[in-house]
Write a protein that binds this ligand. Structure first.
Ligand SMILES: [Zn+2]
Ligand SMILES: [Zn+2]
Length: 173
């Protein structure tokens, strides 16, 4: 969603609150595409401070489904978002200063682009469904949180593997 801020920018000390909505359905980055599973409308506050600064404030929460690094099960990751932006209004050409910001086009604010940037900077280094996630077996692909697989057993104890080998040969005879 876009919010037009020309009125505020041109009017000294003007303030405005506005309920905004996040239209983002998924978070698409170099890392992949992650569905947004929870978001809600929230109120943003815009303040022109003596024609010197434009303050943009707001608080919300976005939940995104991210696969666990080990077992690939989706984890609902919560992003608390606190927006505290200050745009300098004293630059000679105010539009140029604002166009440097990815979420501003002229005097129009792109809420989704702003939220995208906030999520990007707090993107987790590591996502685990639980601290002790056992991951998936590299050999058979089984989710080891759900059940142990046979390959795991033979890997754990090479002597057992040898015995199993003998048994299987024995059966073949
Ligand atoms: Zn996991
Ligand atoms: Zn396995």
């Amino acid at each position: 969603m876009r919010v037009e801020l020309a009125d505020i920018i041109s009017c000294e000390n003007k303030e405005m609150s506005k309920q905004v909505e996040i239209e983002l359905l998924s978070f698409d980055s170099k890392l992949g595409q992650f569905p947004v599973v929870k978001k809600a409308p929230f109120v943003m506050q815009f303040t022109n401070e003596e024609n010197r600064r434009l303050l943009i404030q707001g608080e919300t929460e976005v939940t995104i489904a991210i696969p666990c690094d080990r077992c690939l099960e989706e984890v609902e990751w919560n992003f608390p978002i606190v927006i505290e932006k200050e745009i300098d209004l004293t630059k000679s050409s105010e539009e140029t200063a604002m166009d440097e910001l990815s979420y501003m086009t002229g005097t129009s604010l792109d809420v989704d682009q702003l939220i995208f940037g906030e999520i990007l900077v707090s993107w987790p280094m590591k996502v685990l469904c639980r601290e002790d996630c056992k991951g998936i077996c590299k050999r058979c692909g089984a989710n080891l949180n759900l059940a142990e697989c046979q390959c795991q057993k033979t890997e754990l104890d090479p002597r057992m593997a040898a015995i199993q080998d003998i048994f299987s040969k024995f059966k073949e005879v």
